[in-house]
Design a binder for this molecule. Sequence first.
Ligand code: SF4
Length: 721
Amino acid sequence: MTASEHVTYCRICEPLCGMVATVEDGRVTKLRPDKDHPLSRGFACPKGIAMTEVQNDPDRVLHPQRRRPDGGFERVSWDAALDEIGERLGAIRREHGGGSIGWYMGNPGAFSYSHPLWVKGFVDALGSQHYYTASSQDVSNRFAASSLLYGSPFLLPIPDLERTELLLVVGANPLVSHGSVMSAPRIKDQLNAITARGGRVVVVDPRRSETAREFEHLPIRPDSDAELLLSILQVTFAEELEDGDALAAADGADDLRELVAPFTPDATAAATGADPGTVRVLARDIAAADGAAIYGRTGSCLGRHGTVVSFLLDALALATGNLDRAGGSMFGRPAIPFERIAELIGAGDYGRRRSRVGGFPEVLGAMPASLMAKEITTPGAGRMRALFVSAGNPVLSVPNGDELAAAMRNLELSVSIDLYMSETALQSDFVLPATTFLEREDLPLPFLSLFTKPFINMTEAVVDPAGEARQEWEIIEAVSERIGIVPQSVKLARWAGRAGIKLSPRTLMDLLLRVGPEGDRFGLRRGGLNLGRLADAEHGIVLADHLEEGVLMGKIRHTDKRVRLCPPEIADEIGRIAGADAGDDRYPLRLIGLRELRSHNSWMHNSRKLMAGDRAHRARINPVDAEAAGVADGDRIRIESAHGEIETEAKLTDEVVAGTIAVPHGWGHRGGWETANRAGGANVNLLMSSRPEDLERLAGMAHLNGVAVRIEAAPRPVASL
Ligand code: SF4
């Protein structure tokens, strides 16, 4: 037996921790944390370690599968699968145009440097706007807010963890998520270091989350982040705590001041549940801190006003002089300027096009995934007739996934590219085997601007693809060839492709790195980076000790180079908050999501290690609410919203404030994965609405947090005789 070790990095979540893989006879037998990685320094979480199980999972799809007339699947050769896909796709394109062909890319797609570029190239070459990603269940509103503030969706402030004196965390649980929209390995150590040096971490959350337990907790009612931030801003202005110079350099400060004036802490107390005195003190503390960083994530993104919330996080940072300064909310320093690439391929747009159903603005070139079912079933020009799904399981992750599963049966062609026969793959005509991240070379392209300490690395594939697995970009090239298109967004690249000049992802990355700010300019700059030099530095390269301050003006894409503090879209939305509805007595509780340490959305529930022990799908309910509903700890309960109902198990805990119920997402499997299916549970997104009128207006985000529900004890199943 031959064994070797390979340095690589984890691509499950955003810290991108360094790993070392042991390979024996061409098989990954072990993953361990890389103690020489300069940022993660020997840390990896249980999910990263458990990737060995995913890699070697007997349930993995390793060969192309085609649906049989009886609904089952049969193994076919790659050529047979690609030829038939190409033939059927070509016919759909000829009859209905490329605009009838769509693609959904799930969250793991963003961790590959090639996958998103080739998907976008494919839909652009077809001239289709049916491009969907997991972002509209996660983060689109953050990009929309940055577009409105800075004219670029990619200017994403990240907290300067190493120098901040006060970190305000709104709707995030970094001790469990490990950080998102920031790449900061060893996040727990970094937060502990803030308090160790005399600083503070304040966590705003309806749930006493794992992070809130360790630091200061400010509990609020679900989906009231906007009201809380408006009040903090109101106090900042009313008590003249603001940074006058910072506001003078921005556009619309006086309008914003006027807009927030009615939202005093007393006026919003009923909505937030927060004590007005506490809110005032927090506003003063943020303004007085020598560096306050304001950070929010999914908890603040998935409510009714997610774009406003993201916008206000930055507006507060700016108004208190904490935007683009050491210790505050800063901007990344990527070695490859991803935002310029994205602009070039049309992924930097906000609102250039509108969705066919609902008229929502595109964000990063993508439309709201919640609307996919209706885009398939709503007649008219541009109806989606073919759908590719890669690295995603939208039947479990979009609101009302059963509607999507049913709609997929109306498609003339559906193709899933996946590791597993997921709930979505089961609805498809073809299921094509994808590589794991250990089977491909990579570089963290979209995350380079999110490292709290500027950093870059790359990895080669650790092993050859298992079975007949292929990378997504290779599959896209093969399908494109069969229908006569070149899957590139830039016209010049398409012309070059037609002339036989094609760039591989590797060549493209080398080019981009070499012309980037750290690049070797093809030998003109000594010591500069190219891909070869980067590959030699197997643990990666720290590019600077800290992020640079004072860089924002040079990056703003508005022509006047000023941050816009009161664009009309935001002013309108804030006006709607002021007249918010009074609620529905039939549904007295508000449901929020919940991230678990040993789950990652819907794709890691087939790992026996991660599912070992007492793991089950459980709804966290405050004992007061449980008593009112006649529910005891461990009971089966029915949760009902205006849009659906599910059953799961009750876990009574005062970690959620009364009136709130917290339910993890990504459960309720019934695909081709045994351990995941056995885990049971329910798909919480069946409680959510996919109606256009229920989506967040500025980014088309799914409304997944603060959803009105009621609970009752579920009838016990009748014992079989
Ligand atoms: S924290 Fe994320 S990146 Fe790090 S090992 Fe865990 S899953 Fe992988």
